[in-house]
Design a protein around this ligand. Sequence first.
Ligand code: ASP
Length: 585
Amino acid sequence: MYRTHTNGELRASHIGQEVTLSGWVQKTRNKGFMVWVDLRDRYGITQLIFDEERTPKEMMEQAVHLGREFVIQVKGTVIERESKNSNMATGEIEILVSEVTILNKSLTPPFTIEDETDGGEDLRMKYRYLDIRRNPVRENLIFRHKVSMAVRNYLSAEGFVDVETPYLIKSTPEGARDFVVPSRMNEGQFYALPQSPQTFKQLLMVGGLDKYFQIVKCFRDEDLRADRQPEFTQIDCEMAFIEQEDILNMFEGLTRHLLKEINGVEIGEFPRMQYDDAMAKYGNDKPDIRFGMEFGELNAVTQHKDFGVFNNAELVVGIAVHGGNNYTRKEIDNLIDWVRRPQVGALGMVYCRCNEDGTFKSSVDKFYDQEDLAKWAEVTGAKAGDLICVLSGDTNKVRAQLSALRMELAERLGLRNPKEFAPLWVIDFPLLELDEETGHYHAMHHPFTSPKPGQIEMLDTNPGEVKANAYDLVLNGNEIGGGSIRIHDKETQAIMLKHLGFSDEEAKAQFGFLMDAFEYGAPPHGGLAFGLDRLVSILGGQETIRDFIAFPKNNRGRDVMIDAPAPLDQEQLTELNLKLDLPLK
Ligand code: ASP
């Protein structure tokens, strides 16, 4: 038996007992006549003691030579500790060791296995198994386990069936590039890894399974912007014989359950916001509503005043920064520089101070008098003591820029409290999105999303205006889930694919299996998927999803521990009928 107890278990009530413990040497302290060793495992740390008077000489020697991260087993007696440590669960006792066995030695680890480690990110990723020995990483993984168990239990109790769907499939368009896998047995042909199990879960509904879920890996070959992973996990769900309302209620229930179970937070009904309103009020389809700073559109109160910049702008829009009148000129200049950074891309920023005495002082006083500025304050909701920041230009761009500024200011003002949770549904998304570069429309959610009833004819006349039965669940400024009511008849699916630029042949080749299935009694159905990595990191009050993934990839999509991706040897390439034609570097 390797152990009678774990290293987090022994208390004063165990004093006098003979025990066996196993674990890693966290550290040793050698006073010559006494040696202490901290023995660590997943459950905690227990202090071992060796002393000249009670420990045989050879064992003292052995204790002195135990290195960091050696794996040892000890037998001994639980004794009362002289100087107790109330910060440690096992701080009342220590083990007077009578036998030590080294189970395995360790090289000196490349970084300290402590909460605050000296190891940089790259080094910790290379030795991720050592990183996982650290409390914060291990606790995150256990936290993730708790969240996924709570999800499974809830959905199972609601009648959802966990079904596995294949990984070697054909492309499912979720808006990214596919990862592909060459087929040895089918020369010159490739599988695609699923960007999501979308079509399979729909087929499960055609198959009559009624309620499906799966905690599943999805693969998307996209440029890895901050905090994205090429493989990530979804809680993927689908239901039949439902309307949008049923889905919203079901998954609001799940989210509420998680917040209560995991965070002990009770949240009432989630607000719902139209996509168009979210864009107009927050410039963003995933608004963080933990704080106000809603947009105020100023076109009506700024135009016809000789200020060309505003007169020529499609949108003039501002936000009120609470207490911002205190900003020094330098701080305001700094904000202007911030919005002009290429990542944000504004040309400039107009501002207006709302003085305590009710007067205004703006950067465009030449064009606007006190009466005009009072209107700005009214529209943006600014009070005495605030600062109004105004951007102008092309609607979509300006909204994105002001949204970035709003988030930045909220961060600086400490308004993004990770312990506060503000979920909401954003509903009625557009069905299609115009790709500015190609001039083509593509599906905003995916091609299987149904248009709002009665709007399908508008696809011919006004495609950009068609709304979808599509919804996102947003939490603290992050999209944590999204889904839609699906098309469930062949004809509508064909019309949709045609509008997305598929020829009949292409549609048949790529989605024939789904359209065929729709001809055999497909029930009305819909669903959604949560991004589990992101959900867990938000519930865990942290920023990066990588911290909650056991073996994450870096921002170039590499696993630096196993050193992947890697070249194939010639034999394997030949077997797969692959010939490399790499560009000369
Ligand atoms: N498959 C969709 C996605 O990955 C989710 C859904 O529509 O259910 O975003």
